[in-house]
Design a protein. Structure first.
Lengths: 218, 97
């Protein structure tokens, strides 16, 4: 695992290590902002991109903002590629789950929710959490999320609503609590398989094709 | 020749975008001529002048004294030295289309 990157800037070589948790969360929020601004064709994205590079390299933003434009782009792409987590954890799939922004959201809430998660579970201080390696943070976050889900399932199984009455069988049948996407072992990036339907399962009768969309087939 | 910062390049990109060819063009002269021809076709001479201003510190009067061919040379050189041939690829990668 390569945890160090060498970047040459204005003739000076910078040896840089991967971001710790707090900086990583900050940079990821900034990256989302850059993409959002770019998609809106908002020229403010260039300032956000300079901030991104400047924070990671610990170099004044003024130095970055006067570099040739392509160098800033290349630095941004290189850093964001280097700074991504190495571990392929199933919990990353949770990003595919739709979630609406709750009304109690605020900037930097993501960071404080991580602090809340680790502080309440392990009793760590905010400084200790900020210095976590991102791989450790994600693996532990997955453990916390797994334990919470299994606990919820256990509690769910002990309630009446987990056993709805089935009219067909005239019995109460256990209905398991829905699991999050990443716990189901489904890869959302994998394309849906095409399944051939046997001929005998196709509709019976002549199929009359219309010559054009306007034609009505009786 | 002035080299564009990311802020200047973004402003430049917004102006040049309608004139950029759809396909990749390796030859800088062909690339520049496609842009210039499109500007002439659309009669957007203000855009041409605005883009040239990004590449030089010369005033509009000084540019006028230089003559069309020399101004065109500044424009082509500006496009080449500022790697405008690849600018679309970079911006598109971020969704800036």
């Amino acid at each position: 695992v390569n945890d160090e990157i060498q970047i040459t800037l204005n003739g000076e070589v910078y040896s840089l290590r991967k971001s710790k948790l707090r900086e990583w969360i900050h940079l990821e929020s900034l990256k989302d902002k850059i993409i959002e601004l770019a998609e809106r064709k908002d020229t403010a994205f260039s300032d956000a991109m300079c901030s991104y590079v400047s924070i990671f390299m610990n170099v004044d933003k003024e130095i970055i903002s006067v570099l040739p434009w392509w160098e800033v782009f290349l630095l941004f792409f290189e850093i964001s590629h280097f700074n991504r987590p190495n571990k392929e954890l199933p919990i990353f799939r949770s990003i595919y789950e739709k979630s609406e922004e709750p009304p109690w959201n605020y900037p930097e809430r993501e960071w404080y929710s991580w602090v809340d998660k680790f502080a309440s579970k392990y009793g760590w201080s905010i400084e200790q959490i900020a210095e976590l390696e991102i791989e450790d943070a994600f693996a532990l976050a997955q453990e916390i999320a797994t334990n919470e889900q299994l606990e919820r399932e256990w509690e769910w199984a002990r309630t009446e609503i987990a056993y709805p009455y089935d009219q067909g069988t005239k019995k109460h049948i256990f209905k398991p609590l829905q699991r999050p996407f990443w716990m189901l072992g489904i890869d959302p990036k994998k394309p849906v398989q095409t399944v051939k339907i046997p001929k005998h399962m196709m509709p019976v009768g002549n199929v009359i094709r219309s010559k054009s969309n306007e034609d009505i087939v009786n | 020749m002035k080299i564009l910062s990311i802020e200047q390049a973004t402003q430049f990109y917004n102006i040049v975008l309608p004139y950029l060819p759809d396909e990749d063009i390796d030859d800088p002269t062909t690339f520049a001529s496609i842009i210039v021809n499109k500007i002439i076709e659309d009669e957007k001479y203000d855009d041409y002048l605005e883009m040239i201003r990004f590449f030089t510190d010369l005033s509009d009067d000084e540019l006028g004294e230089l003559g069309g061919e020399k101004v065109l040379l500044i424009f082509v050189e500006g496009l080449v030295e500022n790697r405008i041939q690849v600018i679309k690829n970079y911006y598109e990668k971020l969704g800036f289309i």
